[in-house]
Ligand binder design. Structure first.
Ligand code: E4P
Length: 218
């Protein structure tokens, strides 16, 4: 199981990493815009906070395959190893996924709304396929089920590609996707605590401290 942070908020990333086991960070153009900083500044800051080992997923903005491929190379050169270039699954995107993957740059296929898009991206060479769970739920199209079916398809056909489920707005969506077998999710920083905090845990710890403190003398 791998958890990634879906954010370019450097302080939130730093804080989340200090507490939780984080495998990497995902961004997209909207997330970069929300930071109010230019792309190079954002990527430099995020990479320096997460270090060279964690994954960094960065999306292309170009629309044509050739331009996407050039942009992918620039992203990879700038961000270094363990950088995945996110490419949307348009027709031009599928062409770019093949080119970029063949050039040895790992690709995350993004803006996925159907299981077949995920499978086609995998066949094209993508290492991750990112279905947008909440955006599907917003149009009553069963985001969890799409992610689950994409996961099953990739497994069934022995693809060297994993579902990286994205676009979450509730803990229940995250839980259901993981229960369906998806073992890679990207979530906003606040979800790490929402997934794991419980008042009974805090009560249990408070009780242990008050009852044990007179006896603990190691
Ligand atoms: C992931 O990398 C996606 O770009 C992201 O999760 C989309 O999330 P949103 O639907 O909240 O914009």
């Amino acid at each position: 199981m791998r958890y990634l942070i879906d954010s370019a908020d450097v302080e939130a990333i730093r804080k989340t990493i200090s507490f939780y086991p984080v495998a990497g960070v995902t961004t997209n153009p909207s997330i970069v815009a929300k930071s109010g900083k230019d792309l190079k500044t954002v990527l430099t800051e995020v990479r320096s906070v997460i270090g060279p080992q964690r994954m960094l997923h960065v999306q292309v903005l170009a629309l044509r395959a050739e331009d996407m491929s050039e942009e992918a190379k620039r992203i990879r050169d700038f961000c270094g190893e363990n950088t995945y270039v996110k490419i949307p699954v348009t027709e031009e995107g599928f062409a770019a996924i093949q080119k970029v993957s063949a050039a040895g740059i790992p690709v995350t296929a993004t803006a996925i709304f159907t299981p077949q898009q995920a499978l086609m991206a995998a066949v094209a060479g993508a290492k991750f396929a990112a279905p947008y769970v909440n955006r599907l739920d917003n149009i009553a199209s069963g985001g969890v089920n799409v992610a689950a079916e994409a996961h099953r398809l990739l497994q069934m056909h022995g693809m060297d590609c994993e579902v990286l489920a994205a676009s979450f707005k509730t803990v229940e969506q995250i839980h259901q996707v993981i229960m369906a077998g998806v073992s890679c999710v990207t979530i906003q920083p606040e979800f790490f605590a929402k997934l794991t905090s419980h008042p009974l845990t805090d009560t249990a710890v408070a009780d242990f401290v008050s009852q044990g403190k007179r006896y603990y003398n190691l």
